[in-house]
Design a protein around this ligand. Structure first.
Ligand SMILES: Cc1cc2nc3c(=O)[nH]c(=O)nc-3n(C[C@H](O)[C@H](O)[C@H](O)COP(=O)(O)O)c2cc1C
Length: 471
């Protein structure tokens, strides 16, 4: 099969997939076997040929694409790679893209960027995809590097790269799947969820529903990290980045957090509770580093930090939904902010703006919809004239939602919304009346104890709050 002008993909698929519990090459992504998906993407991405390395006796791969297969007795990646390169014969092809089947989600566009770089790179180069500063897979071997790696003495691919980093040709890519392997059932759920939700961002936004019931399946650390890593690119006031996220998975700590958040059942049930924090602690360290005290007492900086955290939180929820996860924001995290801060060991100048459950949803709630767009979007100036009629519409829409929701959950014990109440009734009941709502009456005092002075502007005559750390 050797052709010195060709670029060949060698797919390492000889592992038994023990952690996944099944043959990785044959898992459906979402409907076709991973091996077929990879093969198609490699060809679309500019590979002339595809060779699979398989465990001897493994189940056959889909045959319609005419890929070559070499069988090995070892599960070792380095052995598989050598066997694959040996199978290519002599002369070796111009370049080889080495793709472990664990990285089956890497897109054809990413592969195209890599193969384009491989065709340009000098002989001996090693082409590496770099996503958000981190090297990933697949790896491109160019010219002499193919021969070199074929030899037993060269060690693993990592050894080869470490020996001479100057030969690495980095290719910046945005495709996070170069970093995320499919190794566990949780990784596979993430991959399948991402494929099932690959829709435009606007469609994803309109699909949103808060989810309040979860399967017991865990969410992998790598997925949490990827989601938060993505969410943190939200805009941030003055570039403060005044946020932190605490991911709580320990069952006891999560139960303790749930108890502080009105003991909501879905917090207990979700495998992950995320505390979305407004965080001026890092800002205080920055100021201290330069010998300047942090002015953390103004209402403005409190709002800045709170908005920053909320933007990250919304990004995070959307990112989670883009991979098929469900979540529900938890404002009840402000019921006992000081105790929650203690539970999560928050330093001064940090408070939980809201929590968020995260997990694989087990419910299918009726979408709530929103009030008419005309009540939200005004052109050039605010127009209140039409609002009463629009709120009537909103009332009827909420009553209709309650009817649909109750019909949908008729057979379950889920709490049923009152079909007679519209949006305005609900809001009047929650927020109207003689006295202000009782909930979170001490919030101001609590956030002051956590280091946010919330002082009125100079000259307003209002007393400043106590210094941080006194609560
Ligand atoms: C900041 C914030 C806090 C929330 N807190 C809670 C909460 O404590 N418990 C809960 O079940 N839902 C909570 N929600 C979810 C809202 O009830 C939900 O978003 C709203 O009813 C609209 O429904 P939808 O998200 O399904 O469209 C919260 C939402 C936000 C934005």
């Amino acid at each position: 099969m050797a052709d010195p002008s060709q670029l060949v993909a060698v797919i390492l698929a000889a592992g038994r997939g023990e952690r996944l519990g099944r043959d990785k090459a044959l898992v459906p992504l979402p409907d076709e076997a991973a091996a077929r998906v990879v093969s198609v993407r490699c060809r679309e991405g500019g590979c002339d040929d595809v060779l699979f390395v398989r465990q001897r006796g493994a189940d056959p791969l889909p045959t319609d694409l005419g890929d070559d297969v070499v069988e090995v007795d070892s599960e070792e990646m380095v052995e598989s790679l050598r066997a694959g390169l040996a199978e290519l014969g002599r002369p070796k092809p111009a370049a080889v893209l080495v793709l472990p089947i664990d990285y089956a989600m890497v897109g054809a566009g990413t592969i195209a960027s890599l193969t384009a770089a491989m065709r340009e790179a000098p002989s001996g180069s090693i082409v590496l995809p770099i996503c958000r500063g981190r090297p990933g897979h697949p790896v491109g071997l160019c010219g002499d590097a193919v021969e070199e790696v074929s030899h037993g003495e060269s060690g693993t691919l990592r050894d080869v790269i470490r020996r001479d980093p100057s030969r690495v040709v980095p290719v910046a890519v945005e495709d996070g799947w170069v970093l995320r392997d499919i190794d566990t059932p949780g990784d596979l759920r993430a991959a399948q969820g991402a494929l099932a939700n690959a829709v435009p961002a606007t469609v994803l936004m309109a699909r949103h529903r808060s989810r309040r019931s979860y399967r017991s399946d865990p969410v992998e650390t790598a997925q949490i990290e990827w989601l938060v890593d993505s969410a943190r690119f939200a805009s941030t006031s003055s570039f403060i980045q005044a946020y932190s996220v605490i991911a709580v998975r320990d069952v006891e700590r999560k139960a303790a957090a749930a108890r502080l958040c009105a003991d909501q059942r879905h917090i207990h049930e979700a495998p992950v509770f995320l505390a979305i924090c407004a965080d001026l602690h890092k800002l205080s360290l920055a100021c201290a580093k330069h010998g300047r005290p942090l002015h953390s007492d103004s209402l403005e900086i409190f709002v800045q930090a709170t908005v920053d955290a909320a933007l990250l939180g919304q990004n995070l929820q959307l990112a989670a939904e883009s991979e098929g996860l469900g979540s529900c924001m938890i404002g009840a995290a402000r019921n006992h902010p000081v105790e929650l801060a203690e539970l999560l060991c928050l330093p001064p100048h940090v408070y939980v703006v809201f929590g968020m459950t995260l997990g694989w949803p087990a419910d299918d709630p009726e979408p709530r919809g929103r009030m008419p767009l005309a009540a939200v979007l005004h052109h050039e100036r605010y127009r209140s004239e039409g609002l009463p009629a629009l709120l009537d519409e909103a009332d009827e829409a909420v009553r209709a939602w309650a009817r649909r929701s109750n019909a949908r959950t008729a057979d379950s014990a889920t709490r049923k919304p009152d079909e007679s109440r519209g949006w305005t009734d609900r809001m009047a009941w929650l927020f109207g009346g003689e006295s202000p709502p009782k909930g979170r009456a001490l919030l101001l005092e609590h956030v002051r104890r956590l280091g946010f002075g919330l002082r009125a502007p100079e000259g307003s005559g209002e007393e400043p709050g106590p210094p941080p750390g006194t609560g």
